[in-house]
Design a protein around this ligand. Sequence first.
Ligand SMILES: Cc1ncc(COP(=O)(O)O)c(C=O)c1O
Length: 304
Amino acid sequence: MIHQNILGVIGNTPIVRLNALSEALQLNVLMKMESLNPGGSHKVRVASNMIADAERKGVLTRGSGQTIVEPSGGNTGVGLSMCANLYGYNVILVVPDNYSVEKQKLLRLYGAQVILSDSSTGNNSHGEKALELILENSNYVMLNQQRNLANPEVHRRITAQEILDDFPTGQVDAYVAGIGTGGHITGVSEVLTAKWPNMKTYGVEPEQCDLLNDKHCAHEIQGLSIGLVPDVLNLSCIDGMFKVSKQSCMNMALFALRNESLSLGISSAANLVAIEMLASQLPNGSTVLTMAYDGLESYLSDFE
Ligand SMILES: Cc1ncc(COP(=O)(O)O)c(C=O)c1O
């Protein structure tokens, strides 16, 4: 099949069984490889859907050279930059200054302007800085993935549907997902639980944070816990939360490389750490589904 451009390749990511982990935990551990999307993460789905939605509403016009401003730790930024280059927009990305230098560099190479926010002011420093930019420049457009309903909507309409299509029989017993904007846990969990009412959904957060009690702390697991309870997150989806340390995620990322031949970013490895914690609560042989958001390539400096 020949696609009109790279965005046509988004989605239809495969689900892969993690055999070593499944055996160790006496579970059927499955991972949807969102890292195989163009741009290397699930967030390209969100970026392209938010832009399509803004175009439908007349907020953005292709080829106009309008400037899109977005707070992004990197992956949404990559997705927006890809769309912007193909559709004729400019992009300004506000990235916390403690986030992956590799990703910042990549965003600049895509042609985006990267502005760093002072992470010592809190985990949503980039959100606050982006709002400042919008207030100063009324012609800039902020799609705001933390509040934009096109974020969970794409996961409801497409990502979740892909999962259902991969289960012509049988079902997922537990779905484990990290929470940043809450877009994918909300969209996927809502649709899967409608089909499988006894499926449980578990969120993953850094050990210092406590989302359900609105407690937010500085942490080092990029993509998770963004310093507030995001508007798009449907809290009623969540049956429980698991707290993970960065070191346990790094250990798990190495395990996945060496035993599953999977390159997993830190937040993706976090999901597997959470599954390890969940295992004792589940009957042997239960099917647990999670996602690989991105690969380890962006986090190599963490291992030096
Ligand atoms: C690496 C990584 N992990 C996890 C997440 C969380 O995804 P969501 O925003 O759908 O909650 C993100 C979001 O940007 C991410 O980039």
